[in-house]
Design a protein around this ligand. Sequence first.
Ligand SMILES: Nc1nc2c(ncn2[C@@H]2O[C@H](COP(=O)(O)O)[C@@H](O)[C@H]2O)c(=O)[nH]1
Ligand SMILES: [Mn+2]
Ligand SMILES: [Mn+2]
Length: 464
Amino acid sequence: MNRKQLTKLGIPEYCTLEAMQGIQSAVKAGLRGKDAKQRLIAVVAAPQEYLNDEHFAEFANAFTEVEETEPSTPVDYAVWGNEFIDEMSHKQMREACSLPHAVAGALMPDAHLGYGLPIGGVLALEGAVCPYAVGVDIACRMKLSVLDLPTDFLADDKRRRELTTALEKGTVFGTGKAWKPRKDHDVMDQDWTVSRITRESKDKAWNQLGTSGSGNHFVEFGLLTITEEEAGIGVAPGEYVALLSHSGSRGTGHAVCSTYSAIARKKLPRRYAHVGRLAWLELDSQEGQEYWAAMNLMGDYASANHAVIHRNVVKLAGASVLGGVENHHNFAWKEVHNGREVIVHRKGATPAGEGVLGVIPGSMATPAYVVRGKGNAASLHSAAHGAGRVMSRKKANSMYRIQSVRTNLKAQGVHVISAGSDEVPMVYKNIEDVMNAQTDLVTKVARFDPLIVKMCGDGSRPED
Ligand SMILES: Nc1nc2c(ncn2[C@@H]2O[C@H](COP(=O)(O)O)[C@@H](O)[C@H]2O)c(=O)[nH]1
Ligand SMILES: [Mn+2]
Ligand SMILES: [Mn+2]
């Protein structure tokens, strides 16, 4: 709501715009009377004289009237690669952009249907966080390590078998699967009492530390070709053996998302009951603070998860790490855009602030790219996080058989140790189309071609 609309409502000039916006968001969030006033004073630090009880009630009534007669106008969202994006993803994005705290949105070229927010969706909320706009697999992420092995290890039969064994012995896949004995990492020394769910799940999380889960999570060896002089990956231009992994915060992240989303749904003001999975938590509420702390812990846990996977596999391969890149692609960050501090949710989107490095994978048979962000403002400093699916897992399972795809891939030099039929390369958009649709968001600095691939092959239901 702008000054003109507020003046129309008879809101006097002496009330600051910030105070009015604060009243608006407090009223929209269903707060009334003292609660709303206290919150408002805290949020906008509005001078008391602008907010005596009488003024507040007057303004609150005016806003309530508007709310009840006019549906809130969705904020705009920018789109990349629209020709590859289905109408359902747009519908989800429009709904997300109609949330009362929504400030801006963006849809990346790999976008496809998700729960609540589409995968490939970016959403900026002011003063609120939405668990399903972060995603079920909190801090699902990519990690690439550049290794000191000669590149002919990838072509030589004996050496390739050794790398295959390193992947077989150094990784654990499958829903609910854990290491025995469990692995060590400093993340387990952090404060896990930040929420009831992380406190109660600490043991399970520890057992699952260093495991990959299911779905399209993978660990693979491949050939990294660095083309840029100053790529920022820690090594000079050239060809390298590299290890790439995709996983997240396992069962605990899942539990954090579902627990806090259920709380958010219960707290929804009645007139927003229809938003369902897009339910949000006020950032300054007790539950909002708990979710925020738990989400950040899950971010550290997911980073540790990848670190342990790489530590195991690199050791078994008899290698050392020369450099690398990593990034979350399901997370929310406090950032400043257009002079406002907002919570930017990237669900299946890569942070792409100016100079920020990230990894965008394609499929088991197509390249992943290391990219450098250009800091595009309309994308809220974001880019695609992959190629993006073009069909459901159910349809993929009915159309393809991993065994025959595997035989064909072997002839092309790609060795698939294990994977599900729903993860064959044909279920993804063409990564080159996706990259070409976002040249204003990122620059390619290196290319990774997968050559030895391990995914979950037991048909487990994916965790995200
Ligand atoms: N290098 C590989 N990339 C793959 C593989 N399977 C899928 N993918 C890509 O990962 C993204 C991430 O998807 P998410 O939404 O689950 O985070 C996906 O869009 C594909 O482009 C693979 O086996 N190897
Ligand atoms: Mn992911
Ligand atoms: Mn994931």
